[in-house]
Ligand binder design. Structure first.
Ligand SMILES: [Fe+2]
Length: 269
């Protein structure tokens, strides 16, 4: 079977924003929320090849918080890939997740090959800033990986979107200087999909011909119409993405697992 013809299922979740155990963030308990999400995934999607959490693993970047996450994932049946977001601390993360892969420059970038194609996990963190960055050193790694992948399909996972989404508050915090990213992506011959986080919404964007999807946070969301809430965050439903990859198709089903309220009737929709 050629790469790209195999079918595969994975789970995409994002932005758990964990704080220290017992602490509350924006009125919610991020650890409890993530645990509920992981339990649901384990119950219904134990057949997935892996899960990925696309950054902002913690809100506080504290060693204690990463330690809680590591222990929680030890009890989660799916292999789980992690990338970092602007709320994360690279050194604290690597201190807890000892032996985690990085590129030669210490950025948390790595590649995972599957029968459906190669997954490239990017590090867009700019220490001390909420916005993203992708420097020449990181782009050189990505270009080299895409060259090595050649004609096989590839998939990108990154935290910051390299485009605007129409929400000024989030657009100010995107990966705004995309020159190096675009230079490296031009080495890709068959990039099928970009999975991203950061914006705390379920979103689809086609960027430069690339389909890109984001899932809500497992905790707090960013409302589209801030004037409607009067607050920067909202309690819109969290969701995880059930991603199926087959020949010529990538499908993302967002499951709002806390809001599966049964309704009457048995007619087909
Ligand atoms: Fe976030």
């Amino acid at each position: 079977m050629l790469p790209g013809e195999a079918s595969m299922k994975l789970i995409h979740l994002s932005d758990p924003h964990l704080v220290r155990p017992g602490q509350v963030l924006h009125g919610l308990d991020p650890a409890k929320r993530l645990s509920t999400c992981l339990d649901d995934i384990a119950r219904w999607h134990g057949d997935a090849a892996f899960a990925v959490i696309s950054g902002d693993l913690t809100d506080d970047g504290a060693t204690e918080t990463y330690t809680w996450l590591k222990h929680r994932l030890d009890a989660f049946p799916l292999r789980t890939f992690l990338i970092l977001g602007n709320h994360d601390d690279r050194a604290a993360f690597l201190g807890v997740f000892g032996g985690h892969p990085t590129d030669a420059n210490g950025f948390v970038q790595f590649r995972h090959d599957t029968e459906a194609g190669a997954f490239l996990f990017l590090d867009t963190v700019k220490p001390g800033a909420a916005e993203g960055a992708y420097c020449a050193a990181r782009a050189d790694w990505l270009a080299a990986e895409l060259d090595a992948i050649g004609d096989a399909p590839s998939f990108i996972v990154m935290h910051h979107p390299p485009f605007e989404i129409g929400l000024p508050r989030m657009d100010r915090l995107r990966l705004s200087d995309t020159a190096e990213l675009q230079r490296s992506l031009d080495h890709g011959r068959d990039i099928r999909h970009v999975f991203f986080g950061h914006v705390h919404r379920h979103l689809y964007v086609n960027w430069r011909g690339l389909p890109c999807t984001c899932l809500p946070s497992t905790s707090h969301q960013v409302p589209v119409t801030r004037k409607a809430t009067g607050t920067p965050y909202s309690a819109e439903p969290p969701a995880y993405g059930i991603v199926t990859i087959g020949a010529g198709q990538v499908t993302v089903n967002a499951d709002a697992y806390l809001h599966r309220v049964p309704l009457g009737g048995d007619a087909a929709p």
